[in-house]
Design a protein around this ligand. Structure first.
Ligand SMILES: [Mn+2]
Length: 329
């Protein structure tokens, strides 16, 4: 038999360790829908009916939650990010669970997504949405724009522009969210930036960006740039506009995020992505984040879920630094 005595201090650690709950909530943070002055709210949006190629992003929220170990201490003790060499100690978070979308019913789902995102924003909480295919960012942007009282800019990491011009009967796909959001007055294109683009760029998508003042950093340009240079380009474009960060995991090379619907080779590493987020997004007026297009079925060894889970932790570093700066600390 073992010694059954557990020292007081260890007992306390065991009782406080909510890692078991991480199977349900993001990193073991409280899973609930009542707000109590939280800074951020992780929310799953399991919708993927607007996918054009490999479906499965409806299971993205599950894969992303499973990819992160524990950030359960964040509400009290804070957590230390070794790579950012930074202690996140000023943030309180919650996991809202998933928005009850109805796959196959795009407009109904968009309405529900908009309503729940608006609810989170109305409570003064920064959403961190886990997709879902990229179409979900369009109803998100409606909520952000209404909350901000004006169109909001995007800092958009992706291999595709997602500004495809489609006929009326195919208005909503995961390749159209930013064109639709712009047409509907939710998107401030003149302060927006798209980073890592390398899809089959028909000229109309490039023309859309050029005509509306949206900056594009192609993958080719980014491969020759340091994270610091990219950060400068982001700040020069976004300035003090209210913005959101929307991150499609196909920004990365398929070697690093195989679990995605429309992978494009020639992309970036996990570390580069983390560095760009940690260094490129501080000091901006960020109203929310999303990470989209994670598909569990194409994700051997949880590579993509793992990347995505810890990308959310990089978002938290940014959120924490921005909050501290705002409060003059
Ligand atoms: Mn996309």
């Amino acid at each position: 038999m073992w010694n059954e005595t557990i020292p007081e201090e260890i007992r306390k650690q065991i009782d406080e360790n909510t890692y078991g709950l991480a199977m349900a909530s993001f990193g073991g943070i409280p899973l609930k829908r009542e707000f109590d002055n939280e800074d951020f709210c992780v929310v799953g949006i399991p919708y993927d009916t607007c996918t054009s190629r490999r479906a499965g992003a409806r299971f993205g929220p599950r894969a992303i939650r499973a990819g992160v170990h524990s950030i359960a201490g964040i509400n009290e003790k804070g957590i230390y990010s070794q790579d950012a060499h930074y202690v996140i100690r000023n943030l309180k978070g919650m996991d809202y669970g998933n928005i009850p979308v109805k796959n196959g019913y795009t407009e109904i789902s968009f309405q529900v997504i908009y309503e729940h995102m608006k609810n989170i924003l109305d409570h003064g909480c920064t959403p961190i949405a886990l997709g879902g295919d990229h179409s979900i960012t369009y109803p998100e942007l409606r909520a952000y724009a209404e909350s901000a009282g004006k169109p909001v800019a995007i800092i958009h990491f992706d291999s595709h522009n997602d500004t495809t011009d489609t006929p009326e009967n195919r208005k909503f796909t995961h390749g159209t969210p930013f064109r639709r959001a712009f047409e509907d007055g939710f998107l401030d294109a003149a302060h927006s930036i798209q980073i890592g683009i390398r899809g089959y760029m028909d000229s109309h998508r490039l023309k859309f960006a050029e005509e509306n003042g949206m900056e594009v950093i192609t993958a080719r340009e980014l491969h020759k740039m340091s994270p610091e240079e990219c950060a400068e380009r982001i700040r020069a474009q976004v300035k003090d506009a209210p913005c959101i960060v929307t991150f499609d995991v196909d920004f990365l090379d398929p070697v690093y995020t195989p679990g995605t619907g429309t992978p494009v080779a020639g992309g970036f590493t996990s570390y580069e992505a983390y560095e760009l987020v940690r260094q490129g997004l501080t000091g901006l007026d960020i109203r929310g984040f999303d990470i989209v297009e994670v598909t569990e079925d194409y994700d051997p060894a949880q590579i993509t879920g793992l990347f995505a889970g810890y990308l959310v932790v990089q978002f938290l570093v940014v959120l924490s630094k921005n909050k501290a700066e705002k409060e003059g600390k």
